[in-house]
Ligand binder design. Structure first.
Ligand SMILES: [Zn+2]
Length: 468
């Protein structure tokens, strides 16, 4: 049996400053090594000051993942040497002598499976190492400390996953949840990274480190499972080790033997006092938490009778759910939802496009009304949507300017059908013999009318003409 566990690192990108100093949490806009100070560089004599908001954000995550949260937390030093770690230790949390990180013992439901969250801890991100060219061959390694000290939450699961696919489903749910909480932007480059550990048939555990994209993680897990299976079939013992994912060659490569906890010489960070998180703080955080994606989804299904898959897509995305929530009136909620999931999503499928789009909820309800009153066809609505997204013009104006009014006049459609019957003689014969091919002729009429002909009436009239 395959067992996979995850360690996910998520930056708290919505915070102003780093975890222990006042440098910016958003290091992405700076020239290399221009977002640093004595504290995040670990210079002698400097003292860390804890960002209280980071503790609150991390606690919110713990609460949202149904974790137990302690009354007080402590920080530890994790000692190791690596060029991206200027202090030679990372300030992190450790669960010893009772529960002392921001949360533990939570869970996330995926499909019909419960994935246990072992612990959540608040820690600082190290800096970044940049290799010029391919990492194996380059002679030049650069270090940028702008990221050092950025607030990071580590979420550790039990090895509850049985397949890479379950991992992907979980990560999608988790990143939607973090985004919905308003504490993180998982879509930002490097803002969410994951390590996976894999074992098969109760054998040794192999850890795959620091993979930046979910897609790569899935590929790496697949590769690792196949590699372990092939070793096991040949009776070769699987070594307990850390491997990294070589994106160029699409394989995992051994990088070092796995460290044990004692190798890190953890000890209490005495420069930061214990932090109390009292009941009032937790109650306040709970009260201020936005509606969860799952309860939003339930509400959409129950109140508007929207299909579960459609409700899921809209509830999981802040942009779509905001559009939907302000567009619906009870009579057309279902149509609005369908317009969003069939057409809007096709055009606005990235965060960048969402930010640039000029479409408003009013546009959506106007378009749905126009479709329902047969003023325009669905096809024309699609054309209009594209224009509205660019210009933000009023729906009526766009429909008029682009001459998108629906053609429902029977004689007008009939004239076009006669032309098509002349041009597509073979298709007419086919449609007489095999009625299921009639859509080809409908498509031709739509082409000729630029999608404006009433599709129901068109089909009716074509069928009539075929039987003549
Ligand atoms: Zn700093």
């Amino acid at each position: 049996m395959t067992k996979i566990g995850l360690e996910i690192h998520c930056q708290l990108t919505k915070l102003e400053s780093k975890l222990f100093c006042s440098c910016k949490a958003n290091y992405r806009e700076f020239e290399p090594n221009h977002n640093i100070c004595p504290v995040c560089m670990g210079l002698p004599g400097s003292l860390p000051r804890l960002n209280q908001k980071a503790v609150e954000s991390a606690t919110s995550i713990a609460l949202a993942l149904t974790c137990d949260t302690p009354d007080k937390i402590a920080f530890f030093r994790k000692n190791y040497f690596y060029p991206d770690l200027p202090k030679n230790f990372q300030i992190t949390q450790l669960n010893v002598y009772g529960d002392m990180s921001v949360g533990g013992e939570g869970y996330v439901n995926i499909e019909d499976k419960k994935i246990k969250i072992r612990r959540i801890q608040l820690e600082e991100d190290p800096g970044r190492i940049i290799y010029e060219g391919a990492s194996e061959r380059t002679k030049i390694t650069l270090v940028d400390y702008n990221r050092a000290g950025t607030p990071l939450v580590e979420i550790v699961t039990d090895p509850d996953f049985e397949s890479p696919r379950q991992v992907r489903v979980f990560l999608n749910i988790l990143s939607d949840l973090l985004e919905n909480l308003g504490v993180a932007e998982p879509g930002l480059e490097g803002a969410m990274r994951a390590d996976g550990n894999v074992s098969i048939e109760g054998g040794n555990k192999v850890e795959i480190k620091n993979i930046g994209s979910f897609h790569d993680l899935e590929k790496a897990l697949h590769f690792e499972i196949t590699r372990q299976q092939s070793l096991s079939e040949r009776d070769i013992e699987i070594a307990q080790e850390t491997r990294h994912w070589d994106d160029r060659r699409k394989i995992t490569v051994s990088s070092r033997s796995k460290e044990e906890d004692q190798d890190y010489r953890y000890f209490l960070e005495n420069d930061i006092p214990w932090v109390k998180i009292d009941h009032n703080t937790r109650d306040r955080l709970k009260e201020n938490m936005p509606e969860s994606i799952s309860s939003k989804k339930e509400r959409y299904i129950e109140k508007f009778n929207i299909a579960p898959q459609v409700a899921d897509i809209i509830a999981s995305d802040k942009y779509y759910s905001k559009l939907f929530e302000s567009a619906y009136s009870d009579h057309n909620a279902k149509d609005i939802a369908n317009l969003i999931t069939t057409d809007v999503i096709g055009f606005i499928d990235t965060k960048e496009k969402q930010e640039n789009s000029k479409i408003t909820s009013k546009h959506l309800s106007d378009l749905v009304d126009a479709i329902n009153s047969k003023t325009i066809t669905r096809n024309s609505a699609k054309v209009a949507l594209q224009e509205i997204m660019k210009s933000g013009k009023d729906t009526k104006e766009v429909l008029q300017d682009m001459d998108l009014g629906q053609v429902s006049d029977s004689s007008e459609i009939d004239t076009i059908i006669s032309q098509i019957f002349e041009e597509e003689k073979q298709a007419v014969i086919d449609a007489k013999e095999r009625p299921e091919t009639v859509n080809f002729l409908v498509g031709k009429v739509m082409q000729k009318t630029k999608g404006k002909a009433d599709p129901v009436k068109t089909l009716e009239l074509i069928k009539l003409k075929l039987n003549q």
